[in-house]
Design a protein around this ligand. Structure first.
Ligand code: F6P
Length: 550
């Protein structure tokens, strides 16, 4: 059933949805343990695993059968996933509320791939901005682009927040072994000054380059941090008229960057069709390119492009982002799973969970459909997690024995970045053991004499689902593929939920209200009684009293 604008869309009225609901009850009493103990369990692994763009996904430890996948794929078809994907590829305004295309895929389409369907203006812009970034990155890295006093740049400070921070921060940290040992990377995002105050003493102003990243160049946190940095340079003895040599801007709003005082040739521009949380491939990734070098940045793009190709070409049932999306929908909508835990088994991916929080929850945390009607089904789960094996010693208790079903994405790297083989073997053993324990369940109580109450507490019901993603090595290429995998997964889910993943109206109200609160914190004279609710007014009064004491 194709979706037409005249027919109110009801996901929960689609035949595949109905059949999935019936199938959910059929499957309710079945245990994955039994599927794995049957003689055909090897074929289960073969059927429910696949490789794409250098990543291997084993999704066999899920509460799914062949029928589940068939029905979910039918749901995807009924929701026009293929047509929506093609619309995105062709540069259609899939971001309907802002009437914009979402062309992050164009940013990583190689020069010679002739990004077939797009207007030349997009390809030309991508090509020329990459060329400028490369030229600049080479110059900073080889010292031919020095600071104002002529000193070679040694510190890069990325100022940005949300999509202008999380991607560059995650990639630089994940790929440290590929980074320049000559450069130290710093990231300042929050309006809380802790990160700023801790960073400044580490810097040498004469050898520091600040990359101010902001699509809008109006974001309060970023602008405040950028202004503070500018003052700091002057305090450090950089002549005011030379401070500009220490700043570059990355933005879609060139005028705002110029108004800040950044010269035109220090502004790296990108198109309106790049969303903040999809922007690390654009000039927003300049810090990544500075640190890793243009060749590694190209490899990052190539990895993402390989995943794009897979997403574009593979049939739905053998399509990694589609499968991840469908499995997510299975649990979110048919098992009422409220959350998805991300468990990367490497500290190098420390920033992956927060990155995916923005990608997933800012994209799909919506309760209105694209036509403005309320959804009658659940949308984005809460995304959370942290690297294993740390998480095992914190919250895994709840994953194994808690009352909520929490699907987990385990992500493991086969060849470690650092040659500590014993550590790595133990790490992988733990990763695989966790998904096994979640699936199998069992009892750790082997004593028949054990008191029954204790035995019950030491029992694991199992049947708890997970995916396992294996990456051969954490290289720029694989990192690109991994990020693109989740981008497309989120897109597929948005399409099925009939929501727009490319806007974020939900962040605006709080921002606006803060503008009315801040003046009152400067002076309570500016607080008109009754303007705010009683709770907020009381909080403002308490904070103002404390601030005025200091
Ligand atoms: O407030 C949310 C948000 O708009 C995100 O979507 C975005 O990634 C972030 O703020 C930063 O925005 P900008 O790049 O315009 O500073």
């Amino acid at each position: 059933m194709a979706i037409t604008s005249s027919t109110p869309f009801r996901l929960d009225h689609l035949p595949a949805w109905h059949e999935l609901s019936i199938h959910r009850t059929e499957i309710a009493t079945q245990h994955m343990r039994d599927w794995f103990s049957s003689p055909s369990s090897q074929s289960r692994v073969e059927r429910f695993s696949l490789s794409a763009a250098g990543l291997y996904l084993d999704y066999s430890k899920n509460r799914i059968t062949d029928k589940t996948i068939t029905l979910l794929a039918q749901l995807a078809r009924d929701c026009d996933v293929v047509a929506r994907r093609d619309a995105m590829w062709h540069g259609a305004p899939v971001n309907t509320s802002e009437n914009r295309a979402a062309l992050h895929i164009a940013l990583r389409a190689p020069d010679d791939s002739a990004f077939r369907y797009l207007p030349n203006s997009v390809s030309d812009m991508v090509r020329s901005s990459l060329a400028r970034m490369r030229k600049f990155a080479y110059a900073v890295r080889d010292g031919t682009w020095p600071g104002a006093i002529g000193k070679r740049i040694r510190h890069i400070v990325n100022i940005g927040i949300g999509g202008s921070d999380l991607g560059p921060r995650m990639v630089c940290d994940a790929l440290t072994p590929f980074g320049s040992p000559q450069l130290t990377m710093h990231f300042i995002a929050n309006i809380d000054a802790t990160e700023l105050a801790r960073t400044l003493p580490q810097l040498d102003a004469e050898a520091t380059l600040v990359v101010v990243c902001s699509k809008t160049f109006t974001t309060m946190e970023t602008m405040t941090n950028a202004h503070t940095l500018r003052t700091w340079f002057i305090e450090q003895g950089i002549p005011e008229q030379e401070v500009g040599q220490h700043f570059v801007a990355v933005s879609n709003h060139v005028d705002a960057a110029l108004a800040f005082g950044i010269t035109r040739n220090h502004v790296f521009e990108f198109g309106e069709w790049v969303g903040g949380r999809y922007s690390l491939w654009s000039p927003i990734g300049l810090s990544i390119m500075l640190y890793l070098g243009p060749e590694h940045f190209d490899a990052l793009l190539a990895g993402a492009h390989a995943m794009d190709q897979h997403f574009h070409d593979a049939p739905l049932e053998a399509n990694m982002p589609v499968l991840l999306a469908l499995i997510g929908i299975w649990y979110r909508n048919f098992f009422d799973a409220q959350t998805l835990s991300i468990a990367p088994y490497t500290d190098a991916l420390l920033h992956l969970p927060p990155y995916l929080q923005q990608l997933d929850m800012e994209s799909n945390g919506k309760s209105m459909q694209i036509d403005g009607r309320p959804v009658a089904w659940q949308t984005a789960p809460v995304i959370w997690g942290q690297p294993g094996s740390n998480g095992q010693h914190a919250y895994f208790q709840m994953l194994h024995q808690g009352t909520s079903l929490v699907p987990v994405d385990f992500i493991a790297v086969l060849t470690p970045q650092y040659p500590y083989d014993t550590h790595h073997r133990k790490l992988l053993a733990n990763c695989f053991a966790q998904s096994q324990a979640l699936m199998l369940g069992g009892s750790i109580d082997t004593s028949v004499q054990a008191k029954s109450s204790l035995a019950a507490q030491r029992c694991f019901e199992g049947n708890r689902p997970s995916n396992t993603l294996l990456i051969d090595a954490l290289t720029p290429e694989r990192m690109g593929a991994l990020i693109a995998l989740y981008e497309h997964k989120v897109f597929v889910q948005a399409t099925i939920w009939h929501i727009n993943p490319f806007d974020q109206w939900g962040v605006e109200l709080g921002k606006t209200l803060s503008f009315a609160i801040e003046p009152a914190l400067v002076s309570l004279d500016l607080l008109t009684h009754g303007t705010h609710d009683a709770s907020t007014e009381s909080l403002i009064r308490r904070a103002a009293a404390a601030l005025n004491q200091t």
